[in-house]
Every structure is written in C-alpha cells, then in structure tokens.
Design a protein around this ligand. Structure first.
Ligand code: RIB
Length: 315
C-alpha cells in the first residue's frame, strides 16, 4: 500500500509566450483550471501506474475542494482520507512558455492545516511506502515520516519545493527518510547546507555525496538528461525517452508517483527508475500536471523504447 501525505492545489494554468520577468506583465488569451498540488499529483501518478493509494491532506470548504475530491475519486482514490480545512483550498498560478518550462507561485491555504495526526496508525503497514513532499508544514512531514519508519514502512521524500537548508533539515532527513527524490536545484540547495560547492562537482558525484551525507538512497532527476540514483554501493544512470515537450508541470510528481508504485509492487530499484523515467517523459507531452500522466499500460509500451539502465562507479 502507498500512503501519500501532502498537498492538493487547484492549478490556474496560463500558456504564455514567455515567462514573466520581475516587474513584467505577460498577456495570454485564456487559462485552464486543473487539479494539481504535489501530493495530489503524486497520488494520482502512483494510482495510474498501478499502485493502491491513499491520500491524506486537506482542502478548503469551497468549489475547488469539491472538484479536487471528485478528481481523486475519478482516479480510483477514495476522498474519505481528506479533511476539510478552515482555509480555502490551495491554489497555484502556473505560467508555461512555448518550450514547456514553467514558473509557479502557490498560495498554500488549506495545505498549511495538514497535520501528521490526520494519518491513523492503522494505515502505517510494514513493507508499504509513505510518500511526502514539502508543500505541507515540514514538522508535520517529519512527524509522519518518523511514525512510518517506526512502523516498518519505506519512507520517500520528494524535497520539493526546496526548503532553506539548515542543520535541523539535515538531521531530520537522516533520521526519517529512506529514499530522497530531488531535482538538480533541490540537490544544489541541499549541498550548500552540507558545505559542499555544487558548482564544483558533477551531478553523479553530487548524487553520491548526498547519499553518503544524508544516509539515504538519493534519486536525482536531471530533466531531459535522465536520472541518477545512488544507494551507497551502486550508482545507476537512466536515460530518457525522446519526446516533444509541451509542459513539464508535474513531471517530477509523475516520476515520484510512478517510482513508488513500481517499488511497492516489488520491482528492483533500477527497473523502477526506468519505469518512472518513462512515465515522467510521457507526462511532459500534454498540458497540465495530470492530463498527460500515463497509465500502467502506456508506461509498459513506451518503456520498451528506453535505453538500458547503466551502472557507474560510485564517486
Ligand atoms: O509539481 C507541480 C505542482 O506544483 C503543481 O500542480 C502546483 O500545484 C504546484 O504544487
């Protein structure tokens, strides 16, 4: 079983000719209102990739909240584990440029009311996976991760958006996380907190150093350049599918959700990485975070075109 603890947002998505710079206003003809939020996206990605998923989070007492509940149910995830907050549902303003790059601002709203106590002990089952991200209060993350680990679950943290690195963050990661999923920016932020200069080492070295320093399996996504993962003894490199990128929003969430679905199904890490990288590439082929998230049958079909996973020397 996969337990996702995290955020739900309604995304207001605008396809703009160029991402606005500070002080600039950019016009576009229209916008779409689409389900999002990193917790919500990862739960839906894991369910579509074949996982049995429960999602614990909060939405507001409003139309966005109702719509997000309906979307979950449409994706085979019961909405009974969601609580209704006093604050309005979280909302993200997303601009996407013609190359598929985005800039996102999130009003957290109900996500700030999410509490570790929303998750009952009965769902923390040995051998299962608990997944969380950084759009709910960090101390609630550490509390639920600590309980999940004590219960014998595998704990997964997608460190997005990257928090400011502090010694307390390092200590919490060491204590509570088994698998850490980061992109290059998040990895660089963490490295600075560990007194590493991320600019002076290549991605593979950085991935191994984070594994070592944080005592985790570090999975580092590199966008169009693939994925690296280090477990301390082994370093894997995974390529990507050549796709025409329309929108990268939610690609990291799709990766994390699909990765956990494969691991929860008992797949070994290299195969799970290839499965997740395939899913993430497919997720970039359409607009919005969830519209183009693939189902297991699509991932299986396209995974056949993935380059083989290679093993590199641990740095
Ligand atoms: O990772 C993409 C997500 O980030 C969007 O759906 C948006 O809601 C923000 O949380």
């Amino acid at each position: 079983m996969i337990v996702v603890f995290g955020s739900l947002n309604m995304d207001l998505v605008m396809a703009v000719p160029a991402l606005p710079r500070p002080g600039e206003t950019v016009l576009c003809p229209s916008y779409r209102v689409l389900p999002g939020g990193k917790g919500n996206n990862q739960a839906v990605a894991a369910a579509r990739a074949g996982g049995a998923v429960r999602l614990f989070g909060r939405v507001g007492p409003d139309g966005f909240g109702e719509a997000l509940r309906g979307n979950l149910v449409a994706n085979g995830i019961a909405d009974g584990d969601l609580r209704t907050a006093e604050a309005p549902t979280g909302c993200a303003a997303i601009t996407v440029d013609p190359h598929g790059e985005n800039a996102i601002a999130v009003a957290s709203g109900a996500n700030l009311e999410v509490r570790a106590t929303d998750v009952p002990d009965t769902v923390l089952i040995p051998g299962g996976h608990l997944v969380t991200q950084m759009e709910v209060p960090a101390e609630e993350n550490w509390a639920v991760l600590r309980r999940a680990k004590a219960a014998g679950m595998h704990t997964v943290l997608n460190l997005a958006p990257a928090p400011i690195p502090t010694p307390a963050l390092t200590a919490a990661l060491r204590e509570t996380v088994d698998i850490l999923v980061v992109n290059e920016l998040e990895a660089a932020a963490l490295a600075c907190g560990l007194d590493e200069d991320p600019a002076s080492v290549d991605a593979a070295t950085l991935c191994c150093r984070l594994t070592d320093a944080l005592r985790v399996v570090c999975v580092m996504t590199l966008g169009g350049r693939g994925v690296l993962a280090c477990d301390g003894d082994r370093l894997w490199s995974v390529g990507t599918l050549p796709v025409t990128v329309v929108d990268t929003t939610g690609a990291g969430d799709t990766f994390t959700g699909a990765l956990v679905a494969a691991l929860d199904a008992g797949e070994p890490l290299p195969l799970a990485l290839s499965w997740a990288a395939t899913a993430a590439a497919l997720a970039c082929c359409g607009h919005g975070a969830q519209d183009s998230m693939p189902h297991a049958s699509q991932i299986r079909t396209f995974q056949a075109n993935m380059p083989p996973v290679s093993k590199l020397p641990v740095e």
